[in-house]
Structures are given as C-alpha cells and as structure tokens.
Design a protein around this ligand. Sequence first.
Ligand code: AKG
Ligand code: FE2
Length: 408
Amino acid sequence: MFGLLKKVTVPPSTLLLKHIYGLESDEPIHRPELEIRGWLAFDRAFDLSKLCLTLETDTFSLPVVLENRPDVAADLPNEFCTGFNTFFDIQEDLVSKNPNWVNSARLRIVWPNGDEQIPLDARLAQNMVNENSYFRTNHVPRPNHAIDEAQLQLWDDSGFLVLEGFYSAAEADELKGLIESSWADRANYSDKVTIDRDIGTKDERRISFADADLAIRKTPHKLNDLYLESDRLREYQLGSRLRDVLSPMMGGTPMICNSLSFEYGSQQSDHFDTFFMPPLTRNRMVASWIAMEDVQLDAGPVRYYPGSHKIPPYRFSHGRYNLKLDEKQQCEEYVEHQLKERGLEPVLFSAKKGDVLIWHAHLLHGGTPINNPALTRKSLVTHYFCCEDWDGACYEEDRSGIFYLKRD
Ligand SMILES: O=C(O)CCC(=O)C(=O)O
Ligand SMILES: [Fe+2]
C-alpha cells in the first residue's frame, strides 16, 4: 500500500497532518475501485460533526466517510484523530457519472472556518476503467488447466463448483486425523490459533486454542487458522491439485488467508464472506469446503444460492462491504429483494466424504439448523486471497510452494 504524508499549513490551524493512502501521482490504480483512506489529526479535541469530507469532480460530489479510530491514534502525534476510508466503484460511482472524472477529482475538506481541496492526480489503468463486473473471473483459459471450460463457465454463471470425490476416503480420513491430533498438541500452538466456542449462542466467544477445554470439542465450535501450525494440513488446503483448480478460477496465485474447522454444523446465517474479509480485488477471493465425512441432512448442511454472486454487493455507509451491524437489516432487505427479483433459491450441499465445494467471495451461503445435535458434520473451510493483491511481506511460502497469509 502506498501513501502520502503531508504537513498541512492551510486552515484550520487544528489540522496537523494528513495521510492519504490509495493514491499517488505516479502510480496507476490497478483495481476497479478507488480507495480513499487517511487520517486527520488535531492538536485538541475537535467536533467531527463540523467536518465534511467529499470526493468532488466538476459534475458530482460523493461523501467520504469519517470513522473514529482511537486504536490508530496511538501511532500519531496526539490522541485527537479521525480516519476516513471509503471505496468508490470506478465504473459505477465515477465513470458512469462523468467519464472524465479523473481530470477534476479532488478530496474536499470543509472545516468550520475553511475549505481545502486536494487534487487527486490519479491515473487509471485503462483496462480497469471499463471493468464493471463484480463477478467475472480474470481467468485466461489454458488447455492444461485442471478444470475445463465448461466448469469455468459454470463458475462464472453460478459462483460455485462442486468437486465430487476430490479427495479419496483415505485422504479425508487423514485430514480428519490431523484435526483430531491438533487437540492433543494444542498447548504447543501459538495463540494465533483460536477457537470460537458456543457458536450460535449468547455465550459465543473467542479464546486461544491452547487454552481450550476438551469439553468444547463436544459442542458446536469453530477452530480457526490451524493452517498456521500444520504443513500437512496446508497440503489439503492448497496442495498442487487444488491449486491448479483455484488459480484459473481466481485469475491469480491463491494464498490461504484463514481456515475454520468444524465438527458440527455452523448454523451461521446466510452471508457473504466479504462481510468479514473483503479481498483487495473485489472478485479475487474464494473459499473451499472439504467434507471429512458424509453429511446427513439433520446435521445442518451448508446451503448456497447459485447465481447470487451477481447481486451487486451491498455497500455499507462506510463505503465498504464489511458488515456494519447497525445496517444489517437494510442489507438483508436488499438481498432478499434481489433474490426474489432474480428468482434465486438455495441449494443444500449434501456432501459425501472427500467432496469439495468451492464458492465465490460474493456467493450467498450459510449453515442450516442442526436438527439432530448428536450428528457431527466434520468439515474444513479455507478462504483464499490472491498473492498478486498483497505486499510480499504479508505472506509466506512453505516448502511445498503453498502461500499463506501471516497473521501478525
Ligand atoms: O460450514 C458452514 O456451515 C459455513 C461456513 C462458512 O460460511 C464460512 O466459513 O465462510
Ligand atoms: Fe462463509
């Protein structure tokens, strides 16, 4: 991520410095989104309601959302600061309103006693200017891909792919064994490996896996990021066979960005994974769901809505796709309406041991209710970003050539 750090001498005197990421005059923008992110710091308490930030061009003005980030204040010269971080869809928000927006774009800050306009000298990569797709993969079909054209077409059209029997029964057993043995080894794990206990209840909370009581294993839970501790596990998550499938689907080099293992159904309400971890390039995230046993209908199978990845993603008022809890209801109403309009219905994934389901970052999915709490539903979920979107310092490559996000 590149940035600018500027001392500001214009009014008001309370503005100390400005830090704007996402724009630099000699860097073209490589994504279909413009991100405006930065900090404003003040030398005393400041009433933020008196401050107004907008992205201006000669023909339109769009709000840039301020967010209070006391956590960042520690890195700044004083504690009075606010952040702003808003994404604009280049095609939808900017080009469609003014094809020449870039020539007059500026960030405008209106203070009680002043008005400052900072030109955004942003050049755009030409291929991004015309890209308006949320869902199309960037794949370049090649004859030696592990998936064929028909599968890639299904992926583009429906946003999911089922790989039946991708892993053999013996492999699925080995994978299950790896997760089982992690319980015995957990005291040795870093506290980056965590467990969400009592999921779906009011007592749900996250603790370090190393501190987890064995009894938790017998109740619905999510075991997070075991990939950080196990080379062998990573081979199931992104070994060369799966990598050859995911690369053309993602149009890039996949890296593991997190993982969750389940013994029971998740019962998680329908959601888009972008609520929790939007990728840096909008369509470059996928997830895999590996069945370590046959899934019974009463065990709370996963459900997904084919084609829902084409629903234009709901942007919360901060301009991003991360779930904003107080706007969840409006988002659900929007999605409900879109599903009806497009005639989209859920499909249950009645997986057999060794099957793998892959879904697109924008595919609506969730875990259905568990009707029989005695039934397990052993599965491993992995989410992937593309290495090309990240600074090399953020991820690692292991001995098998598997890339994974560090969790510093
Ligand atoms: O396994 C499930 O029920 C759903 C899990 C899920 O949605 C996820 O991990 O992103
Ligand atoms: Fe999910």
